[in-house]
Design a binder for this molecule. Structure first.
Ligand SMILES: [Mg+2]
Length: 231
């Protein structure tokens, strides 16, 4: 008997990359006004790469995308000889735009229907804020890698969700787009798994999800089949 469904956010409920690229561009415009040497020295893409560099050199914060972005900005300021740098204001420019995501049209209607039958929660490695996005009323709770201190596919976020939901792992279905973070991670702790694959990507190998869907509306059919014991 399925009692709860956990959802990944980025690239599961909305397209994230166009939004991140826009946030990076707006941050770059802001830097051009307030810290022009940074904007002249680094392109938006190079600032993102700097965050990847920080992640490699500082594995303790690799799960925390907010801190990675902030440390990358601090590093960029140091490398362009700014002794004072307002990292919080810079990050705020990025963060506001990063959360201006547009959930896919089917997301709210499907989640609303599912809440009548299941408890829903969100599990994200990113720094999306479901309150800013306006979906917080649908989730009993939302966990992300920053609060949990570990990113998917590590078991900690799934285990914490299971504890908060107060049900058995086998009573939970996890839905996500990432074969490793979502499908492998959730399967390892005994959740049921659904891979959402919107653009028909090939499965990269390893144990497949129990179900594959290309739109969230198909999730309801999968759940109905499982509840009827057809699968
Ligand atoms: Mg995702």
């Amino acid at each position: 008997m399925i009692k709860a469904i956990t959802f990944d956010l980025d690239d599961t409920l909305w397209d994230i990359w166009p939004v991140v690229e826009r946030a990076e561009r707006l941050l770059h415009d802001w830097l051009a006004v307030h810290y022009p040497r940074i904007a002249a020295r680094f392109t938006p893409l190079e600032l993102r790469e700097l965050a990847d560099e920080v992640s490699l050199n500082w594995p303790e914060i690799a799960h925390d995308r907010t801190q990675l972005r902030k440390e990358a900005l601090r590093l960029a300021a140091t490398r362009t000889d700014y002794s004072e740098f307002d990292v919080e204001s810079a990050f705020a420019v990025f963060f506001a735009t990063r959360n201006a995501v547009e959930p896919f049209a089917e997301v709210r209607p499907v989640l609303e229907r599912l809440t009548r039958r299941y408890t829903l929660a969100s599990l994200s490695n990113g720094n999306a804020d479901v309150r800013l996005i306006g979906l917080d009323d649908l989730f009993a709770f939302s966990l992300n890698a920053i609060e949990v201190g570990a990113a998917k596919p590590e078991p900690r976020m799934f285990e914490l969700a299971c504890h908060r939901l107060a049900v058995e792992p086998k009573q939970i279905v996890h839905v996500g787009d990432d074969p490793e973070h979502d499908v492998l991670g959730a399967a390892q702790v005994g959740f049921h798994t659904v891979w959402i694959n919107r653009d028909g990507r090939p499965w990269p190998g390893g144990r497949r999800a129990e179900a594959e869907i290309s739109r969230l509306t198909e999730l309801e059919e999968v759940l109905m089949m499982w509840e009827d014991g057809v699968s």
